[in-house]
Design a binder for this molecule. Structure first.
Ligand SMILES: Cc1cc2nc3c(=O)[nH]c(=O)nc-3n(C[C@H](O)[C@H](O)[C@H](O)COP(=O)(O)OP(=O)(O)OC[C@H]3O[C@@H](n4cnc5c(N)ncnc54)[C@H](O)[C@@H]3O)c2cc1C
Ligand code: SF4
Length: 514
């Protein structure tokens, strides 16, 4: 029986369920570079280059391992431009008896695959993506027992199930979560680890020229491309992380520093999400570092929680909430994102840093995404769908199943608190505590009103005042609402005038200023 096995751009793993049990002699692996996938949002050019180059390298590795790979390039003149169009062409070329495919990572592509059996009149075996620790059924079973879908409880269930960082039935160190220890600000440090740099080989060079040619209007720079594009190089970056950065990962997880793009983060998410690295394997390696006494528990637990907890949980929420999750807009926010999200040109230093490095590298770390760009977008009342599209566009690790719940849910409170018990908002004080940004900014983080006041300050209080109807009863916001209530009517009015003036300038196309 001849089997056609379409392998998608985020399925670059040898232990893929669709390859499981297939005999290379009776199978054709189909890999497709298609225009629809590169343009349904205007992906950062480095993101497109990363995915295409990693796909081409993976195809070569599959061939080396004995698979017959039919690879359709973006510049093939007959390219149909869509997965369905390319599967149709491949059926005409290979006359398979059936299709076997690992389930897609997002609703849009899943709907396409669901239609193939009827469309092509062939049996289509859609297999679970076993690279995740929790199956859809596992998540449903867990969610069915809970009144609220709090990540922490899911995470503990996953720890118990996998045995990761467990001493028998108890969590290692007798605590499940060391997050409170992981909030230290960082100082510039000459010994700070740097991610490895992988200079482009001939395949990547060819992809870079193709992307420069075809995607000139997409955001982001192609300069200094140095992502790993093979499983072996991604593994080298993982080795470097475990050897040099994991011990400090926890302490400085939330820190931000001018000019320091990576700090002690792993920079492994693009490789995990596209399939070059296995998430559970990384968690086990982190645990081994702790057990061997080479990394402290707060770092290792923090790292494991991000992958075994947050990553798996986000996927569960994405599939559970369905294809209309993307349309939720609990706070009724409709402002477009300011133009400087595509240029980085703003006087607000924190935003200029986070956006500037995003456009340069297609990466920013979690706290920059959550408490700088996300926080600002939420405070100004940006349309959560527009914010979601921006994050999906600009980050090299962005696939809808993980990006959407992080952005629309966690960062923009678009789902009204399904994911987080309160909106992630802060005034400038938080950014000042966790970074050196404010010391280098033209605004004064200590002022709330006046021409030099940090815009985050008035926007923060204005947000709370504006949304009193929806958020006033939220227990976790009781303290800021009490603080606001204690302020004089004049002070409140001045704060709200300051915010309104700022938002008027923003709407008129200004980056800031009053
Ligand atoms: C608004 C917003 C959008 C985001 N969009 C994405 C996205 O599109 N793709 C993505 O992979 N992550 C996303 N994240 C989560 C997080 O910012 C990135 O996973 C992280 O910055 C990747 O860099 P790293 O590999 O150095 O991570 P590290 O800081 O080293 O963390 C270790 C690993 O944990 C996982 N992880 C950490 N936080 C999360 C999280 N909240 N959700 C899922 N996995 C997590 C990642 O696999 C990461 O590699 C988003 C966060 C926010 C606030
Ligand atoms: S002062 Fe305000 S705008 Fe400037 S860096 Fe600090 S938080 Fe950002």
């Amino acid at each position: 029986m001849k089997t056609l096995i379409p392998v998608l751009g985020d399925q670059l793993s040898f232990d893929l369920s669709s390859l499981d049990g297939a005999a290379p002699a009776d199978a054709v692996v189909l890999m497709m570079e298609v225009a629809d996938e590169t343009t349904y949002v205007r992906h950062h050019r480095k993101k497109i280059a990363y995915i295409l180059s990693a796909m081409r390298h993976h195809a070569a590795a599959l061939v080396q391992a004995g698979w017959h790979v039919d690879y359709v390039r973006l510049d093939d003149p007959d390219n149909a431009g869509s997965f369905t169009g390319e599967v149709a062409r491949a059926i005409a070329r290979h006359a398979p008896d059936r299709i076997v495919v690992t389930e897609a990572g997002e609703w849009r592509v899943a709907a396409m695959i669901d239609a193939w059996e009827t469309l092509f009149g062939l049996p289509v075996d859609i297999r679970a993506d076993t690279r995740f620790v929790a199956s859809h059924a596992d998540f449903e079973t867990w969610a069915a027992t809970r009144k609220e879908l709090t990540m922490e409880w899911f995470y503990r269930a996953m720890r118990a199930r996998t045995g990761l960082l467990m001493d028998g039935a108890k969590p290692a160190g007798d605590r499940w979560n060391f997050d409170k220890e992981n909030r230290k600000p960082a100082k510039a440090d000459l010994l700070m680890p740097r991610p490895l740099s992988f200079p482009p080989d001939a395949i990547t060079q060819e992809v870079l020229s193709l992307v420069a040619d075809r995607f000139a209007v997409h955001p982001g720079s192609l300069d200094d491309f140095d992502y790993a594009v093979t499983a072996a190089d991604a593994a080298r970056q993982a080795d470097a992380f475990f050897a040099h950065a994991l011990p400090q990962f926890g302490d400085y997880e939330d820190a931000m520093l001018t000019g320091e793009r990576f700090l002690w983060h792993s920079i492994l998410s693009p490789y995990i999400n596209s399939g070059l690295l296995d998430p559970l394997d990384l968690c086990r390696r982190a645990e081994a570092e702790y057990r061997a006494g080479r990394a402290p528990l707060n770092s290792v637990e923090g790292y494991v929680r991000q992958i075994l907890g947050w990553r798996e949980y986000m996927r569960g929420i994405y599939w559970r909430e369905g294809p209309t999750y993307v349309d939720r807009n609990f706070l009724d926010h409709h402002r477009p994102l300011p133009a400087f999200y595509w240029t980085g040109e703003t006087d607000m230093h924190c935003l200029a840093e986070a956006i500037g490095q995003t456009l340069a590298t297609a990466h920013a770390h979690h706290i920059q995404r959550l408490m700088v760009t996300g926080n600002f977008a939420l405070l100004i009342g940006a349309d959560p769908k527009a914010v979601h599209e921006w994050y999906l566009e600009v980050y090299v690790d962005a696939y809808e199943w993980v990006e959407l719940p992080n952005t629309l849910g966690m960062s923009q409170f678009g789902d009204g608190g399904l994911l987080g018990s309160k909106p992630y908002i802060s005034s400038g004080a938080y950014i000042d505590r966790m970074s050196d940004y404010c010391r280098r900014c033209r605004y004064d983080v200590k002022q709330r009103t006046g021409p030099d006041a940090c815009p985050f300050n008035a926007l923060y209080w204005d947000f709370l005042a504006r949304h009193r109807d929806k958020l006033g009863e939220n227990r976790r916001l009781a303290m800021p609402y009490r603080t606001w209530a204690k302020q004089s009517k004049e002070a409140q009015a001045a704060t709200r005038r300051q915010a309104a003036t700022f938002l008027d300038h923003l709407d008129a196309g200004g980056d800031a200023g009053y």
